[in-house]
Design a protein around this ligand. Structure first.
Ligand SMILES: *Cc1c(COP(=O)(O)O)cnc(C)c1O
Length: 473
């Protein structure tokens, strides 16, 4: 049949609307949305016919309907919903990184209506936005002052633009990293109008390399945490303290981009996260006390708070940042500020163990996790072949690359692990696990205790559905 005559078989809008499946969509969604899906499906069909990929008129109607249904599923799948993170990746960027504490969530809800974001209730006068968080951060880290922006990437851009635009920043060759999602440091420097002055080699950079690169053009010296990659073996990099102590004028700030930034609770030496963190990361207070002029880190990584970028530093430099016009474009929303206040308060009270999900996930012992896995397998055993297996959890979010935490997972063997995974993702309680060969694993380190029961129920339902679907085939 010619392409021209095939085009005549494309159904009208009215005929499509009479189909039960399309009629259901029209009841569930506003008219313009469904109309857009229908138009797109028809347009695609025209292209298919033009490209001679459709030969039979009989295929046309069903193809258009399935394209419309597919668009609806894509639309529904992108809607943000609470999910159970059983991936074992604690700071999962696709899942919003650090889960917030109950306290932070309550604060956020409390700020949803009118709230004194830029007003001190005592004086009735204006405050800097984020003033309370800044004071909390000073208490926690010993810094002089701080500013808050949308994320650590924004913090980097603001700092570079405010202190170094039109001049040079010295950085070790081994630290010109891509952090993820295409965020590459060399591009960031360029967009801030800063020239990179690379020193050293990929694996070894010495203080003298920095010193001999200092010129009148030098605006700053920057150290960047390697984020998601690891240098090991024949490696040298000066510490922040060594950079601070090298011969340079006070006009050249030493900038420390910590990325994750952990607080390293004062005086809690027994903290097992400490030994874990010590291995690779200097803490935030370490950076401040070493004398960094500006210290940058994310709010939603090890700090366990909402997405934001925190810049600590000497008053002189923070004042310069505060006056920069970019600051207005990067300032924090009141919900984020409220959540951050709640999070920092927990750190100040040293109640992370009992209140901060990120700390609880880091500290959970293998035995504890295994016991919860057993609880779940007991409930699943009657339905599917499953067991409890040791596995490795990761920190994620570019924190502590290469370091893993011993954990346990519930492993389920089934006909199609991919199909079971999809059923779980798209179910009433979306669950994300990890697919390994013909099985799917649920690492309970990243699952909150309150989610154990809902997780068991979701898995049971999904197994039944999967069995039905594979029988139907
Ligand atoms: C994660 C990270 C960033 C980016 O932080 P965001 O808050 O995601 O913008 C920047 N630098 C380093 C070293 C990081 O690890």
């Amino acid at each position: 049949m010619s392409q021209h005559s095939l085009l005549r078989f494309i159904p009208s809008f009215d005929r499509l609307s009479q189909d039960d499946r399309i009629e259901m969509l029209q009841k569930a969604y506003p008219h313009p949305i469904v109309l857009k899906w229908i138009r797109r499906a028809i347009e695609e069909m025209r292209e298919e016919i033009d490209a001679e990929r459709i030969q039979q008129p009989a295929d046309i109607f069903e193809n258009i309907v399935s394209s419309i249904l597919e668009q609806e599923q894509l639309y529904r799948g992108s809607k943000i919903r609470p999910v159970i993170n059983a991936t074992g990746i604690i700071l999962h960027t696709n899942l919003g990184r650090a889960p917030l504490s109950e306290r932070a969530i309550e604060r956020m809800i409390g700020a949803a209506n009118a709230a004194n974001v830029e007003l001190n209730l005592h004086t009735g006068k204006r405050n800097h936005r984020g003033q309370h968080c800044v004071e909390q951060l000073c208490h926690l880290t010993g810094c002089e002052d701080a500013v808050l922006v949308n994320n650590c990437a924004a913090a980097t851009i603001l700092v570079l633009q405010a202190v170094a635009a039109g001049r040079e920043v010295i950085i070790s060759r081994g630290q010109l990293v891509e952090i993820g999602g295409g965020f590459r440091l060399p591009d960031v420097f360029r967009s801030a109008g800063v020239t990179i002055r690379e020193v050293g080699t990929t694996n070894r950079t010495y203080v003298r390399d920095y010193e001999s690169a200092l010129t009148e053009q030098t605006a700053a010296v920057m150290r960047v945490h390697h984020s998601n990659y690891q240098l090991s073996g024949f490696v040298t990099e000066p510490s922040i303290a060594e950079l601070v102590q090298m011969q340079h004028t006070a006009q050249i700030p030493i900038i420390d981009d910590l990325g994750s930034g952990w607080l390293g609770d004062h005086g809690r030496i027994s903290d097992p996260t400490e030994s874990l963190c010590r291995l690779s990361d200097p803490s935030i207070p370490d950076s401040v006390s070493a004398g960094a002029d500006l210290t940058l880190f994310s709010g939603d990584k090890l700090l366990g708070g909402p997405q934001c970028g925190i810049i600590l530093g000497k008053r002189k430099w923070i004042d310069i940042l505060r006056r920069n016009p970019l600051m207005r474009a990067m300032r924090l929303d009141k919900l984020v500020l409220a959540a951050l206040e709640g999070t920092l308060e927990i750190h100040l009270e040293q109640l992370g163990d009992s209140e901060l999900p990120i700390t609880q996930m880091l500290l959970a012992s293998g035995e504890e996790i295994r016991a919860r896995c057993e609880e779940i397998t007991e409930r699943i055993k009657p339905l599917a072949h499953c067991d409890v297996v040791p596995c490795d959890s990761q920190l994620g979010g570019g924190s502590m690359p290469g370091q893993t935490l011993n954990s346990y997972a519930v492993r389920i063997h089934c006909k199609s692990a991919h199909r079971l995974a999809k059923i779980l993702r798209t179910g009433p309680t979306p669950v994300l696990g990890r697919i390994a060969n013909d099985s799917i694993m649920f690492d309970l380190r990243t699952v909150r205790s309150s989610q154990t029961e809902p997780l068991a129920n979701a898995i049971r339902q999904a197994i039944s559905l999967e069995a039905e679907q594979s029988k139907a085939e």
